[in-house]
Design a protein around this ligand. Sequence first.
Ligand code: HEM
Length: 263
Amino acid sequence: MSASSQSANADQPSFLERNQFLIYRLFSLAGLVPVGAFLVVHLLTNASVLGGPEVFQSRVDMIHSLGPLLPVVEWAFIFLPMIFHAAVGMAIIAGGLPNVGSYPYSGNIRYTLQRVTGMIAFAFILWHIWQLHAMGKPLGGGAFDPHHAASTASAALRPMAVAVLYAIGVLSAVYHLSNGLWSLGVTWGIWTSPAAMRRASWLSVAVGVALGAAGLGGLAGMRMVDVDEARAVEGRMAEARELLEGKVAPQAADASGVSDPAH
Ligand code: HEM
């Protein structure tokens, strides 16, 4: 390659630079839907454990009723959009993609925290998936059993060090989403004047406080579960489900106590 064609190549904008506008818009949108929306649903589902292990189990059963479609839905609507958002976020942090649109006052503390919490959330999510999701099983994780939802989650979250790391991870994700809502409004031109931006900051605070309460409430609720009692409730619910699905004959269910309310 001649020296002149080499310098011409060096002058060529990269793929990221050429498609900067579109990539940034898709990155921003993915942070809201589906990733942000999923975070809200996920934290509220977990907080349902405050109503008792049976409430949480019924939410988990609803999700798992998707059966073989569940991994497809997870990859299409959660993992792939999150990988895309995280990859572009890393590129922005590394300086490969300027943050067009957001943060008119770069250098402020919220701007820095947005990046720091994105990186903490990334590390936390990887660890969380390894620890609880079935995908972590081959690597010694995957402790969550969807048929014994509250009892297995509770046991996994019992060590104090784990609970502290969860609190940090959950609060980082919550800050990142709530503050991200504000910068998203700037990106898409929803709030443009300083007064509108100030009002939008209050929206961020309200969302952050509500989601933070749901996240920490769910975490505390999981740790307060009586594991033996939860296992008994979950066992009865699993038997009742199998009975409904016709997997167990009614006599066998009777013998195991499904129809006995005193059991
Ligand atoms: C819990 C999962 C996550 C959610 C719900 C989420 C959501 C959001 C939202 C809504 C925004 C605002 C977009 C905008 O300003 O237009 C944002 C920005 C950002 N996200 Fe995430 N995100 C998540 C995870 C991550 C991860 C894992 C990273 C990787 C480190 C990351 C890096 C970033 C960065 C760097 C920004 C700011 C971009 C800028 O400076 O303009 N995010 N995120």
